[in-house]
Design a protein. Structure first.
Length: 236
């Protein structure tokens, strides 16, 4: 059995693990529990009533958080011709064509997001085994395969995040830093919840949102009342 630190034990005294909090209460408490020596992220974990094994029950999309994530992503763009200059002008950190594809195949991974134009996907398709497991493979579903590279770069830089269910039917996303005001974190959480609700697959029957948990990176999981949270998000 793992031994809990004094810091973690102190956090457990602040959180009622049997209670379901409102979104505002959970966010304020998560901020209070962010006692590490760095600016922790606040994370939203949503367990959905879907079966990820079925293609028609996949949940995956993107959203630009209104108040950003507090983390500026390093963006790589795979493109040909003039689209490379467009990407550079938009603020992309790494830009290249088939030469960059080869570098990534050989182990280059110093970026947080990858955008590709459709005309280079034949070459970029070889990167599936490298980028796929890291959640970085460009996809039309997440607007990372597009000729509008400038728009895609700017959105990612502005705080666009991707949400998708994992094998246990849970989405995991950072929604800002603990140093953010409660109002900003609440705005980000509501926006993300609305996007997840909008992405509900038609094949899903019964309860869609099973549970919601908010936690700081090094904090305690705080349970949120999923019914009131959905009402709060929908009221915007």
């Amino acid at each position: 059995m793992s031994k809990k630190s004094k810091r973690y034990k102190a956090l457990l005294e602040k959180v009622d693990l049997t209670k379901q909090y409102t979104l505002s209460e959970a966010i304020a408490l998560a901020k209070e529990c962010a006692t590490a020596k760095f600016d922790e992220s606040l994370e939203l974990h949503v367990r959905l009533g879907v079966d990820p094994r079925h293609a028609d029950q996949q949940v995956r999309s993107t959203i630009v958080l209104p108040f950003g994530t507090g983390h500026t992503k390093k963006v790589a763009v795979l493109a040909l011709g003039e689209k490379q200059k467009e990407a550079q002008d938009a603020g992309a950190d790494i830009v290249g064509g088939e030469d960059l594809v080869a570098e990534i195949q050989n182990g280059r991974l110093d970026f947080d997001a990858v955008i590709a134009t459709p005309d280079i996907m034949k070459a970029a398709g070889r990167l599936g085994k490298v980028l796929g497991p890291r959640g970085l493979m460009p996809s039309a579903k997440t607007n990372t395969v597009t000729f509008d590279v400038a728009g895609a770069v700017k959105e990612i830089k502005a705080g666009r995040v991707e949400f998708r269910v994992d094998k246990t039917a849970i989405t995991h996303n950072a929604v800002g830093k603990a140093s953010f005001p409660v109002e900003n974190l609440l705005g980000n959480v509501k926006a993300l919840l609305r996007a997840i609700l909008k992405a509900r697959p038609a094949a899903v029957k019964g309860t869609y949102v099973k549970s919601i948990t908010i936690a700081a990176t090094m904090g305690v999981g705080i349970m949120v009342d999923p019914v009131s949270a959905q009402k709060d998000a929908a009221a915007e």
